[in-house]
Design a binder for this molecule. Structure first.
Ligand SMILES: Cc1ncc(COP(=O)(O)O)c(C=O)c1O
Length: 387
């Protein structure tokens, strides 16, 4: 038995203790937390679709027609015509032959990687890849080789060390805590030269980059080159679920082998209906995407003008690096007192010494609110000696 109380007390001592904050309103630029109206800045609801009336109506309609629960797993009684429709829509959105929906992005990564790879495989994984990718690699039993973040020389050097094996390169499309975009063109080139399978997790790219918002792979025009496209329906798409898209036989194989797909009750039809409507809206609404990118560009420039260390990105994820965990928590708490909620991101989510405020904007954030945020951030940044 692990020593629970000493582990908890050292987590507390290092400023790494985490707990939930409970919202009592919908995910939106302004929310209610513990009875107070707060500006929300860390959400993955990038396009502001969680409160979209059209998506709500789609979900309500599905409840009226299908009820509330799926009632079974996907390969028993829990697959509905809506699941098939969504899988076909995702495949067409992503430019692939086929797609399969999982219950979450986390389960998708676990299920895809552990179905495709085993002990005979070597997986090259970017050092900053999401935890669900790492867990999928570990579950597969493959040899996990982590290359330096976005460092193609390091990746190539490591590829040469394991030439004889079955190999997979896996990367986030947009890195969730840094907001930067993976060098997918170089990854695809290296993979082709060395006969390596490629997988991209585009949880944060869908709805943001690429033609019709279809993601990072489309942004680089690599739909034919990347073998496995994975993503989630829970961020810009404002719903819940994960997916894999790729060649038909690969998807059929995953459907039959992947334990996180097989051994879990299917998503309810209402969530599937919400995802279907969200994809339609994202495809049509170029303006919403543009507004988000413009707002993010402006906000980043303002932060830099104030003297903050802001990672260079073309996405709405704006990490403000503070350094140590304690100051990051103090900063986040100070902002909350002034009516602004930005979660403090600390190890193990990010490397030690790079704790940060992970600001992320929504397309429907208001300039005036964001100007207020900048003012408050400046005061607290100065008070803590960060700027
Ligand atoms: C890059 C990345 N992959 C996968 C996931 C997991 O997706 P989900 O939240 O749908 O489980 C997340 C989000 O938490 C993520 O940021």
């Amino acid at each position: 038995m692990k020593n629970i109380s000493s582990t908890l007390s050292s987590i507390r001592k290092e400023g790494l203790y985490r707990d939930c904050r409970y919202l009592s309103s919908q995910q939106a630029p302004k929310v209610y937390i513990e009875g107070r109206k707060i500006i929300l800045l860390g959400s993955n609801n990038y396009l502001g679709l969680c409160e979209d009336i059209r998506i709500k109506e789609a979900a309500k309609g599905a409840i009226d027609k299908y009820g509330v629960g799926a009632g079974g797993s996907r390969l028993t009684t829990g697959s509905y015509d809506l699941h098939r429709e969504l899988e076909e829509k995702i495949a067409s959105f992503k430019g692939t032959e086929s797609a399969l929906v999982f219950n979450t992005g986390y389960m998708a990564n676990l299920g895809i990687i552990s179905a495709l790879c085993d002990r005979k495989w070597v997986i090259f994984s970017d050092k900053y890849n999401h935890a669900s990718i790492i867990d999928g690699c570990l579950l597969s039993g493959a040899k996990l080789i982590r290359y330096k973040h976005c460092d193609m020389e390091d990746l190539e050097r490591k590829i040469h060390m394991y030439k004889e094996s079955n190999n997979l390169i896996v990367t986030d499309g947009i890195f969730s805590m840094d907001g930067n975009v993976a060098p997918l063109k170089d990854i695809a080139r290296l993979a082709k030269a060395h006969g390596i399978v490629t997988m991209v997790d585009d949880a944060h790219g869908v709805g943001i980059l690429g033609k019709n918002g279809s993601g990072t792979i489309a942004h680089f025009n690599l739909s034919k080159e990347i073998d496995i496209q994975m993503g989630t329906l829970s961020k810009a798409l404002a719903s819940i679920g994960g997916y894999v898209a790729g060649k038909k036989d690969v998807i059929e194989y995953i459907k039959n082998i992947s334990r996180s797909f097989i051994f879990s009750t299917a998503l309810p039809p209402s969530s599937i209906a919400a995802s279907l409507r969200a994809i339609d809206i994202i495809r049509e609404d170029e303006e919403r995407r543009k507004k988000l990118i413009d707002l993010s560009e402006w906000f980043k420039k303002e932060l830099v003008k104030l003297g903050f260390r802001v990672t260079k990105t073309i996405t709405p994820i704006i990490p403000v690096i503070i350094g140590n965990a304690e100051n990051t928590v103090k900063f986040s708490k100070g902002l909350l007192e002034e009516g602004i909620y930005v979660p403090a991101i600390r190890p193990p989510t990010v490397p030690k010494g790079t704790s940060r405020l992970r600001i992320s904007l929504m397309a429907n954030h208001d300039y005036e609110d964001l100007k207020y945020v900048l003012k408050v951030i400046e005061i607290h940044g100065k008070r803590l000696g960060i700027i």
